[in-house]
Ligand binder design. Structure first.
Ligand code: FE2
Length: 480
């Protein structure tokens, strides 16, 4: 079965944003990027970002945005100036691609076309990719890049040098969106174990060696979940009805995600686990939805509120194949919107409410102060509304989740990525006192810049231009 696309078969796109899906080969280190406007002097840390940057290997091409080989980017701030470095993650998947000139590891939606014999041989010892191109975090004193496999890879935050697999989550399908528990100094995450008795497993990881199981739950057909929610008392898995028969993963020969099936008749299942004793506090049913990204969740007066960037179904997964992205952006009606579930923990009833009708993805909040608690603002990338001309994610968005009001930043011909909120060092009670950092593709210039916005009104403070384009990535974190 041909499950990789040949380079020659790729669509040559005339869409301006498609530069963001082109390979970047250059690795550079620059002491001072040219700055327009001004970068706040108090910004004195590092923004690390992750994303795919190589979409072809030899004569083969990856199929999906989520498949490309990982590259790390570092923006360091000091006294209003910005230094920059970028480097491919030297994962086993990357090293094998360099050495063999072909794709050797299965990715999210690309399979390197193994023979039936080799497929059978690897069935019980799957060759799992360590191409950690989704997100990154700090684990104890280390920095790790992550994807959805149980092989988070450590790296040096200054040189971006790869330092090897950091630890092994207890399952196969992991999340690249762990939460932080600042009181315990732990990461909290979940993983899906596939087998005759598949289960979801929620666990905590303090450092490479210190692992603690919090809860587990048997499941016949595991859901594809990309992130989860953590409140003060609960860990919440929202199991959308994009589900897999684990046998198909082992036997079908299809790339990972193509084994999952949309079964709206299952509805969405909200699993609420007590973080202290691991008990399943409840199992609640809601309308069928799909999501990659939780925004926030909190409990108040016997009610659990869960906010997420919600799709009506899982067709967005198909819209993000590279060939499709290079020929047309996903239509606005197919994009996610900010949805709220209000779960009555007594009656079990789930009420659904759309908080804002503007398309929203890659949502962020003031994580340190507000995660798991009532909050007011989320920031993300947006797109034109339904009825407007189709365009890729072309604006930054701030949504007041209380009023539903949206504020935008937009510049024609530019395509911003996930905005990371950095709180100002001295705040006067405003949740939005701080800046947003976003890497923006300037399609006309075929290069990218780091944009710094005032988070209160999304006005521009400054930008620092990079000498090349930065392919569209996913997530980053700011470390002070
Ligand atoms: Fe994500």
């Amino acid at each position: 079965m041909e499950t990789t696309m040949s380079v020659a078969a790729q669509t040559v796109s005339r869409l301006s944003y498609s530069k963001g899906f082109e390979t970047l080969d250059a690795e550079v280190e620059i002491d001072s990027l040219p700055v327009e406007g001004s970068i706040p002097e108090w910004l004195a840390g590092t923004l690390l970002r992750n994303g795919p940057a190589k979409f072809e290997v030899g004569e083969q091409a990856f199929n999906h945005w989520f498949d490309g080989l990982a590259m790390l980017h570092r923006f360091s701030f000091a006294a209003g100036s910005v230094s920059y470095a970028n480097r491919f993650l030297r994962s086993k998947a990357y090293e094998a691609a360099e050495r063999e000139g072909k794709i050797s590891y299965s990715e999210f939606a690309t399979d390197p076309c193994r023979s039936i014999f080799r497929r059978a041989a690897t069935l019980f010892r799957p060759k799992i990719t360590d191409n950690c191109n989704v997100n990154l975090t700090r684990l104890g004193d280390e920095y790790v890049a992550m994807t959805e496999t149980p092989l988070p890879v450590a790296f040096d935050p200054e040189t971006l040098e790869t330092l090897g697999v950091a630890f092994r989550p207890p399952g196969i399908h992991a999340t690249a969106h762990p939460h932080h528990d600042p009181e315990r100094g732990e990461l909290v995450a979940y993983v899906t174990h596939f087998g005759p008795r598949s289960e979801y497993r929620i666990f905590a990881q303090r450092d490479r060696a210190t692992h603690r199981r919090i809860a587990s739950k048997r499941v016949a057909e595991p859901s594809y979940m990309h992130s989860f929610a953590l409140t003060e008392r609960y860990a919440v898995l929202v199991a959308f009805p994009l589900v897999v028969n684990p046998l198909d993963l082992a036997l079908s020969g299809r790339p990972f995600i193509e084994n999952y099936k949309w079964k709206p008749e299952l509805g969405t299942r909200v699993l609420v686990f007590d973080r202290e004793d691991g008990d399943l506090r409840g199992f609640y049913e809601a309308e069928p939805r799909f999501s990659f990204h939780h925004v926030n969740a909190f409990e108040r007066d016997g009610e659990l509120t869960i906010d997420f960037a919600a799709y009506d179904d899982a067709t967005i997964v198909d819209s993000l194949y590279l060939e499709r992205l290079r020929s047309a952006p996903p239509p606005p009606a197919a994009l996610a919107r900010l949805l709220r579930y209000r779960v009555d923990l007594g009656s079990g009833r789930v009420a659904e409410e759309e908080l804002c009708d503007a398309p929203l993805e890659l949502p962020r909040i003031d994580y340190r102060e507000r995660n798991g608690r009532p909050y007011r603002y989320t920031y993300g990338v947006g797109a034109p509304g339904v009825g407007d001309e189709d365009e890729f994610l072309d604006r930054l968005l701030k949504i007041d989740v209380v009023s539903g009001e949206a504020t935008e930043w937009q510049e024609p011909g530019t395509f911003p990525g996930e905005p990371v909120f950095v709180p100002a060092p001295q705040r006067h009670g405003g949740e939005d006192e701080g800046v947003l950092l976003s890497v923006v593709l300037d399609a006309g210039a075929a290069s990218s810049f780091l944009l710094v916005l005032d988070a209160e009104d999304l006005s521009e403070l400054g930008r620092a231009r990079v000498p090349h384009h930065i392919p569209f990535g996913f997530h980053g974190q700011y470390f002070s």
